[in-house]
Design a protein around this ligand. Structure first.
Ligand code: SF4
Length: 326
């Protein structure tokens, strides 16, 4: 590990001052400290924001939810309102990491976490995300777990977060506070596809701090859930995953929200699948037909072609589970 300065701040003004001077924010530290030990990350200055008052979950108008950036993953998953209003969020969190990590890691940190591409974590490998311009060892290396959607010639790494897939499906927004004031971004605009600059992963300005993630109110009743497919049943990242939320009234699907994980360079929303569902009655044939669109635009690599069919099956199965025809 390289030497670094450490500052603990007690209010947002101190945090923003330190951030403006180039300090790197840290809270749970469950990703950043690992990466510093491996010398993948070498921040000169850490700003510990754990004491900031960003630890509340509040119900917003007509039962949307606002989750403070420093609420722990485990607290969010266990919160009664999250469990009843948006089970897809609770399930995505409970299928993430390990119990110990969920007790430390925060919601803000979770959506900021960096890829699990093994070449990114191997400082001897070429990696445009870690060292811009050095190349991408995964493109012609072992790329079984890499992305098939949203890739570029510069990077094919997946985004590792599960709850980010639920946030993408539910069209959440990310609240930010920076030297120029507060703003919010749709979740779809917060995480960036790699394009030619994979080292830039979020649409954050210098010194900006995540203050909350807000899930909008959606029509009720809303059934939702998260399915994660992985090589082993615990403490593993997704090969594919699907976050589904359906509003079904008088036997007809009025609203549909679908996003997938483990396959995209960012959590991947599926508007074609959603449109196929809206206005239809739940049925086995509907789930199958809608899921046919799940891998539209996929560009598999040498070792991850299996993800195309696995993704279709994951979406079909989760539509069936949430839609309730079986
Ligand atoms: Fe680096 Fe992205 Fe290539 Fe992995 S896929 S080696 S993170 S550039």
């Amino acid at each position: 590990m390289f030497p670094f300065a450490y500052t603990r701040v007690s209010n947002t003004r101190e945090a923003l001052d330190a951030g403006r001077q180039g300090g790197r924010y840290i809270a749970g530290g469950t990703t950043l400290v690992d990466l510093m030990r491996e010398t993948v990350e070498r921040p000169e200055s850490l700003v510990d924001i754990s004491a900031l008052p960003l630890r509340e979950i509040t119900v917003t108008e007509r039962a949307g939810l606002r989750i403070g950036a420093l609420v722990r993953m485990s607290e969010t998953a266990a919160h009664p309102k999250v469990r009843t209003l948006y089970p897809v969020v609770s399930q995505a969190l409970e299928l993430s990491a390990s119990a110990q990590l969920r007790n430390m890691a925060t919601i803000g940190g979770n959506i900021m976490q960096r890829t699990r591409c093994t070449y990114f974590r191997d400082v001897t490998a070429d990696c445009n995300k870690r060292e811009p311009g050095s190349g991408c060892a995964a493109l012609h290396g072992y790329n079984r777990t890499h992305a098939i959607l949203g890739t570029s010639e510069s990077c094919v790494a997946t985004h590792p977060s599960d709850v980010a897939v639920a946030f993408a499906a539910l069209e959440a927004s990310v609240h930010l506070l920076g030297p120029d004031g507060a703003r919010s971004l749709p979740f779809a605009d917060f995480l960036l596809r790699p394009r030619s600059t994979p080292s830039r992963e979020q649409a954050l300005r210098k010194g900006e701090l995540i203050t909350a993630v807000e899930i909008p109110a959606l029509p009720r009743p809303l059934k939702s859930g998260y399915l994660k497919v992985r090589d082993r049943q615990s403490y593993e990242f997704a090969l594919t995953s699907a976050a589904v939320a359906l509003h079904i009234r008088r036997g007809v699907i009025r609203e549909a929200r679908v996003a997938v994980g483990g396959v995209g360079t960012v959590p991947w929303k599926l508007p074609a699948v959603e449109q196929h569902l809206i206005g239809e009655r739940p049925s086995e044939s509907l789930w199958t037909a809608a899921a046919e669109r799940a891998a539209d635009g996929a560009r598999p690599l040498e070792h991850n072609g299996f993800k195309v069919e696995l993704l279709r099956r994951t979406v079909e199965r989760q539509l069936r589970i949430v839609g309730g025809t079986k």
